[in-house]
Write a protein that binds this ligand. Sequence first.
Ligand SMILES: O=c1ccn([C@@H]2O[C@H](COP(=O)(O)O)[C@@H](O)[C@H]2O)c(=O)[nH]1
Length: 271
Amino acid sequence: MTTTQLIAEIHRKKSFLCIGLDVDLQKIPKHLLETDDPIFEFNKAIIDTTHHLAVAYKPNTAFYEAYGIKGWRALEKTIQYLNTNHPEIFTIADAKRGDIGNTSSMYAKAFFEDLAFDSVTVAPYMGKDSVEPFLAFEGKHTILLALTSNEGAYDFQTKLIDNKEVYKHVLETSKGWKNSENLMYVVGATKASFLGEIRKIIPESFLLVPGVGAQGGNLQDVCNYGMTKDVGLLINSSRGIIYASNQENFASAAAEKAAELQTQMAEILAQ
Ligand SMILES: O=c1ccn([C@@H]2O[C@H](COP(=O)(O)O)[C@@H](O)[C@H]2O)c(=O)[nH]1
């Protein structure tokens, strides 16, 4: 999917919501555990009730890898279900990959070709030759970790090198990489106060913003500092939506939570 198509979808749905599909078998309704594929059945139900409210879904691959071959199969079925039934939805594999070049190429093949995700999250730590293999895929997007939502972000990402914070080096340096037009960036909602500085370096790029809801980030603050003329934001919520209820009404409860965020987004877009 192109960013132009993504922007059009944001305006059509009046939403820049990304729903995180972080499925934990301990947290899903018990009756689903009796089905052949509880993870997929959970995701399908959530997608069926929320797809009109969201422009993106983000399975975090850790929640699938943790269940071995069954988990990976459920991830495959989930992306196939989205691509077949909702091709207008932007899909994100939150896998946080990145390695030496030939290994990164295989990661990129796995997520862009085999699983056919629109995008994958990538760690910048190993530098240019670890990220460019992802950027080489035409029509796909590489979402680089810039300033993450967790407390540990202050351990390295805000430290100074040559009088400049590491996350600023990541933003500035990555802009010079081959096919950098395929880059988006992760910035945590808990770091909204940094968005003014971030937008000076990457005024137009799309940001994936996790950390609203369960982690305490604030939607309005993120929009105040981070929104561009083309919106430029995908706001993710995972636990706050998908675990709104652990009873039989889980999918409608998730839709209510998603609708709360979408309503706020529609109001912000109308301002
Ligand atoms: O900086 C980051 C990068 C990724 N994440 C991921 O986003 C979701 C957030 O889940 P919530 O339940 O809405 O807190 C999860 O998959 C994280 O691994 C992040 O939180 N921060």
